[in-house]
Design a protein around this ligand. Structure first.
Ligand code: PMT
Length: 398
């Protein structure tokens, strides 16, 4: 996802510096080439060796390094960067950059770069709410600098409040968004994800193996590309993606209600959820006792949300999914026509590396005009990107 991207990771001195190690790991795992600059205060908390080992690149610490500065190292670092991330960004470093002070390698390189700069601040709550800090942050925001806001929590100093460094995953998401073209800006996209649960009694339900991974990958990718995203999710164990409007649902009926309430606001709806086709006719208010050797539960059909969306006269661009175990293209094409969709993503869920609860997928993309594209084996993140490429191209053409 970040392949061939050069990222400068500026590390300042704060107790949250250990989280920067995890961020570095996420960035390199996503394919980024990371070069680390540490302030002298940062080196009081973690040694450069940790960052050097994990980045596989020398760590830069000194402005007046005779070897690096033979080639004017700070300017070359600044020029090469696609993105600059400062974490944990202290009140001191933010204040210096806002004031145009460049008195060490980190602040000098920030001053010299034309790359986007993303701050992930972390500090004591009273420093965070201090009007001097607030003014510095607002000045930098006005000038186009990016921020991943700190969260509320118990701070290392013992105080409770805002100022705790955002999770490494949230900062990673902010970095990915900063490096992504905003081709879905001002578009509103609703994505459904995960399974639904249809209750039999207070302790049992009917459901399926959907983990939500495909739908959440779409939500993250759409948000990075600038869309306003509604994520309507059945029960999953995944973390709520940042930057999306998240709505938790349980049953197909809940999902129907939440989807229909937002249709008019949407430019695009993508239905990756595995909605139960049936629910028990009766939900027992008490736990059903075992009696006979066999038992029968009468099921009734749930409403088909996607088909209902397809029947709306002036509807958003509609993308369905088809989970098939045989005759993939034929069955998916039938759903595309019958549900009146613009596009359908057909995945062969009989394959071990595709469909439910795996990191990868294999999909055919089928369109209204008869085109069919075989995406082959991809990560769900990559497939989400490919689906949104087609959505963005179509929106652009309209
Ligand atoms: O969540 P993961 O573990 O990552 O797995 C991803 C996935 C396999 C769930 C996903 O890729 C997928 O295929 N989602 C659709 C699953 C499904 O319900 O397929 P279907 O062929 O039964 O339904 C066709 C379409 O109608 C789907 O877009 C579905 O959301 C929609 N539908 C179905 C029934 C219903 N009552 N209402 C609906 O809107």
């Amino acid at each position: 996802m970040l392949t061939n991207k050069k990222i400068i990771l500026g590390i300042c001195g704060g107790i949250a510096v250990y989280k920067a190690v995890e961020l570095l790991r996420l960035l390199t795992k996503a394919g980024a080439e990371v070069h680390v600059i540490m302030t002298s205060a940062a080196q009081e908390f973690v040694t450069p060796l940790t960052f050097q080992t994990l980045s596989s690149n020398p760590v830069h610490t000194e402005l007046f390094n005779l070897i690096a500065e033979r080639e004017i190292g700070h300017i070359s670092l600044a020029d090469q960067a696609d993105l600059f991330i400062i974490v944990p960004a202290t009140a001191n470093v933010i204040g210096k950059i806002a004031a145009g002070i460049a008195d060490d390698l980190l602040t000098t390189t920030v001053m010299a770069t034309k790359a986007p700069v993303l701050f992930a601040p972390a500090m004591n709550v009273n420093m965070f709410t201090n009007p001097i800090y607030r003014e510095n942050e607002q000045k930098l925001r006005r000038l186009g600098y990016l921020f991943v806001d700190p969260i509320r929590g118990t701070l290392a100093c013992g105080w409770e409040g805002e100022g705790k460094l955002a999770a490494p995953e949230t900062i990673f998401e902010g970095a990915s968004a900063a490096l992504t073209e905003k081709d879905l800006l001002n578009r509103t996209i609703m994505i459904t994800a995960g399974p639904t649960r249809e209750e039999i009694d207070p302790v049992r339900y009917i459901s399926n193996h959907s983990s939500g991974k495909m739908g959440y990958a779409l939500a993250r990718a759409a948000s990075r590309r600038g869309a306003n995203v509604f994520l309507i999710s059945g029960p999953t164990t995944l973390a709520e993606p940042c930057g999306v409007q998240f709505v938790n649902v349980t049953s197909a009926d809940d999902m129907h209600r939440e989807v229909m309430a937002r249709v008019d606001e949407c430019d695009v709806i993508i239905k990756a959820a595995a909605v139960a086709d049936y629910r028990p006719l009766v939900r027992s208010a008490t736990k059903i006792k075992k009696k006979a050797d066999s038992a029968t539960i009468e099921l009734v059909r749930n409403r088909d949300i996607l088909a209902e969306l397809g029947g709306i006269e002036h509807r958003p661009f509609l993308v369905g999914f088809a989970a098939e175990t045989d005759a993939l293209a034929i069955n998916a094409e039938k759903k595309l026509r019958e549900k009146n969709l613009d596009m359908i993503v057909a995945n062969d869920v009989s394959q071990v590396d595709a469909g439910f609860n795996v990191e990868t997928n294999r999909a055919l993309l089928l369109f209204r005009d008869g085109r069919c594209i075989d995406c082959g084996l991809m990560s769900k993140d990559q497939l989400a990107g490919t689906i949104l490429d087609h959505v963005a191209a179509r929106l652009m053409a309209d």
